[in-house]
Design a binder for this molecule. Sequence first.
Ligand code: PSV
Ligand code: MN
Ligand code: MN
Length: 388
Amino acid sequence: MTDLSAVKAALRGQAIELPSWAFANSGTRFKVFGQPGVPRTAHEKIADAAQVHRYTGIAPSVALHIPWDTVDDYAELAAYARDQGVRVGTVNANVFQDDDFKLGSVTNPDPGIRAKALDHLFACIDVMDATGSADLKLWFADGTNYPGQDDVRARQDRLAEALEAVRDRLGPDQRMLLEYKLFEPAFYTTDVPDWGTAYAHCLKLGDQAQVVVDTGHHAPGTNIEFIVAFLLREHKLGAFDFNSRFYADDDLMVGAADPFQLFRIMYEVVRGGGFDPAENIAFMLDQCHNIEAKIPAQIRSVLNAQEATAKALLVDGDALGDAQRAGDVLGANAVLMDAYNTDVRPLLAELREEDGRDPDPMAAFARSGYMEAIAAERIGGQQAGWGA
Ligand code: PSV
Ligand code: MN
Ligand code: MN
């Protein structure tokens, strides 16, 4: 039997970080559909993110993307976030939108361009120093499109050199989170294509470097929960970028395409002690909402993550262990499926009411009038920074 009060206590400790860019206009390379009331500034993105925290209670931080969230005074932005009831979290570097980076950033064959990329990464650490953020997230669009285009091995050397320089620049309480992605925008080789490559670099870099698992960055059919279990066991799982996908890097709402996969991932997090503050895993969303309203979509995503977590916490560990040791294949599977098939919505509604929140965050936000107010106030919302 699972102890429900322990489940509730674990759920109360959950924290999901929101991406500032989810609140801005976004789209595909075919069309960006503007929406009324979208933020024009980093401050307005943070204000919107604070709404998600207000109604869910488990989204206390906002990730920035630099330069999408450039401001003159980052310490002031962090203070503004605190006033709104949230804090600035991970700083995401962007070395993929400058013409100079056409052939790569930190792995570019041109040392001048590599230096420019590194300067940007250092500038992101300066932002962290100003905001008090502990995490630098690194995703490189670097790779090649054609066999022979560049020396794949030399690119790994250049990557290692840049990562070492970043590590040496970090403060003692800061860390670097290395994100992998199978393909796109490079279509032949990607310099950090998979968890093995990210893990190998992070292992050499030491304790301040950990791997980011973006759930949309794998080949179809990849067993992501195995990767999670493995990295967690090695204490090298630093963060998640949650989203869901049907085809490639779709960046749809987490738990929308495959709630069962999200449950399996959350089960491995629970099993590996990943909610223990000592593991210090950053649970972030990396999504964009091209056709759906953005704040409600972020609320829905946080609730999806919370539901999957509740189900994972409900797995009867004793019964599962007994069945596994007895070699009872069907029995063990049934224990897991029992938890997955539990409707946890009443439990979560009860939890919210106990904490003085509305049991239905989606409805409470819709009733609040916030969407109507921003639509009237904000004219000329920002585009998230890509996809035009
Ligand atoms: C790349 O596809 C990625 O997942 C990285 O995390 C970027 O920083 C992010 O998308 C931008 O949404
Ligand atoms: Mn990502
Ligand atoms: Mn992505």
